[in-house]
Design a binder for this molecule. Structure first.
Ligand code: HEC
Ligand code: HEC
Ligand code: HEC
Ligand code: HEC
Ligand code: HEC
Ligand code: HEC
Ligand code: HEC
Ligand code: HEC
Length: 246
């Protein structure tokens, strides 16, 4: 009898450990993807929130209070239930727009714009970047134009790169802000080996910011999944390939 209890206890513990590991994994996956915060009235006010652009900020700054139900990392709306533009501390509007609280989105952005105007004065102005087209700008495909032949154009989709930190690619801030085309700085054209050439930005085999380096690493780590899609100049220079097979 005693042994059966012990056995059941062990099974219970094993199970609990597994469930916990699962949820930590689930959480890690959740914060890799953009979260769409839906507006009540108009979809134009929807906000796309990326954990990846808030790397380095303590989780508890925003997730400031644990819920009794299932821990700290829950939707703000679980507690901030009051609707409309209410100043009530428990309203959802206050959670996002309060100008003083350190837990609020808007307060932190206003503070950044004040402290570091050279970086944020243009990005964090009025209702930007939350209610703006910036976040919409990264929804669709982008064509990165080749200098010589259109066949070398590359179509880049942010959506295929969702789990990756924005900063992996957008690794430096220019006068115009962080999220600008790579050519803003990578100006030297042609197959130059200079670090700031456009060619290196996309094809360096060693830098963590480069397209090619990451794709090569994926093939090395997971040949079954990536070996057949990431080889030669694929999947980037598809135009050249399509033209060849015609
Ligand atoms: C730092 C980010 C941020 C900034 C800046 C910001 N908001 Fe918001 N706002 C949000 C979030 C998040 C929501 C919740 C999602 C939603 O309802 O759109 C929201 C929701 C709203 C809503 C409710 C929409 C609805 O129908 O439910 C209004 C109104 C609003 N914001 C107005 C403004 C105005 C006006 C400004 C500029 C003065 C502004 N916001 C600046 C993040 C921000
Ligand atoms: C800058 C503010 C901010 C920071 C920092 C932040 N989060 Fe979040 N997190 C949010 C917002 C906003 C949501 C979406 C809430 C909603 O849907 O109402 C969210 C959602 C989540 C969710 C999904 C909750 C659910 O039930 O859907 C998890 C899990 C989570 N965050 C974990 C984390 C972890 C772990 C960290 C630290 C590594 C972290 N967050 C840092 C603001 C933040
Ligand atoms: C478990 C419940 C709970 C969750 C989840 C929660 N909050 Fe709160 N929040 C509160 C309570 C209660 C208050 C009022 C008391 C206080 O200031 O601590 C508050 C106050 C705030 C304030 C201060 C508002 C003001 O007008 O002073 C902000 C900002 C805020 N929360 C943001 C957030 C954000 C952003 C999230 C989601 C990432 C979030 N909260 C999730 C319970 C919660
Ligand atoms: C403690 C400070 C802080 C808080 C709190 C914070 N942000 Fe930010 N946010 C930043 C900084 C800093 C950046 C710019 C990162 C960069 O590009 O250098 C940023 C960037 C952004 C961007 C532009 C990049 C992108 O992912 O599209 C959006 C949108 C945004 N924040 C929305 C929000 C929302 C919504 C909340 C609240 C749920 C929030 N922020 C809370 C500091 C903060
Ligand atoms: C992971 C994506 C990726 C891979 C793989 C890749 N490239 Fe590129 N390449 C780009 C991007 C992005 C550009 C910039 C846009 C453009 O010029 O086509 C570019 C530009 C070029 C250019 C300059 C074209 C011009 O006229 O400006 C050449 C030449 C080039 N790549 C050759 C190659 C060759 C050869 C391979 C295979 C060994 C290769 N690339 C693999 C992403 C990639
Ligand atoms: C895998 C690399 C990669 C990641 C990750 C990435 N981007 Fe980009 N982003 C690019 C490239 C490449 C371009 C197009 C640059 C060009 O045209 O030269 C771009 C363009 C943009 C633009 C348009 C710039 C303009 O001037 O038109 C915005 C806005 C942007 N990214 C925001 C973001 C945000 C926000 C994140 C994180 C949520 C992010 N990006 C993550 C590579 C990346
Ligand atoms: C604000 C200017 C600026 C912007 C914008 C910028 N870079 Fe860079 N990048 C640099 C400078 C300067 C260097 C050389 C010094 C260094 O490594 O940081 C560099 C180096 C690199 C390297 C390392 C090259 C090597 O051979 O070691 C890669 C890869 C790279 N950038 C990719 C990108 C990509 C991809 C984008 C666009 C998503 C981008 N960069 C946007 C300024 C910028
Ligand atoms: C940190 C890693 C990483 C970086 C950096 C990166 N990629 Fe990717 N890329 C991936 C992964 C992973 C996939 C596969 C996504 C899937 O199929 O789930 C992918 C898929 C692609 C695809 C095929 C899917 C599609 O959208 O057509 C293209 C094209 C591509 N990447 C181009 C680029 C270009 C151009 C850059 C640089 C501006 C870049 N990648 C930078 C990891 C990366």
């Amino acid at each position: 009898m005693k042994y059966i209890h012990l056995f059941l206890l062990m099974v219970a513990l094993l199970f609990a450990a597994e469930v916990r590991a699962d949820s930590i994994k689930g959480m890690a996956e959740t914060i890799k993807k953009p979260i769409s915060l839906k507006a009540e009235k108009s979809h134009l006010l929807n906000v796309t929130f990326n954990h990846t652009s808030h790397r380095g900020i303590s989780c508890f700054t925003c997730h400031h209070m644990p819920s009794e139900k299932n821990g700290r990392y829950v939707s703000c709306s679980q507690c901030h239930k009051a609707v409309g533009r209410s100043k009530n501390a428990q309203s959802l509007f206050a959670a996002f727009h309060d100008k003083e609280s350190k837990h609020s989105c808007y307060a932190c952005h206003l503070k950044k714009a004040k402290e570091m105007p050279e970086l944020y004065a243009t990005t964090f102005v009025n209702c930007r970047p939350c209610h703006s087209r910036m976040t919409n700008a990264i929804q669709g495909p982008m064509t990165i134009k080749a200098s010589k032949s259109q066949l070398m154009d590359v179509t880049f989709n942010h959506s295929s790169h969702q789990g990756i930190n924005c900063f992996t690619c957008h690794h430096r801030v220019s006068d115009k802000g962080r999220y600008v085309g790579c050519e803003e700085c990578h100006v030297s054209m042609g197959r130059s080996q200079e670090k700031n050439s456009t060619f290196n930005a996309f094809h360096s085999k060693s830098s963590s910011h480069a397209c090619y380096a990451c794709h090569l690493k994926k093939v090395e780590n997971n040949p079954e999944r990536f070996g057949s899609i990431f080889y030669n100049c694929r999947p980037c220079h598809q135009g050249a390939r399509a033209a060849k097979s015609k």
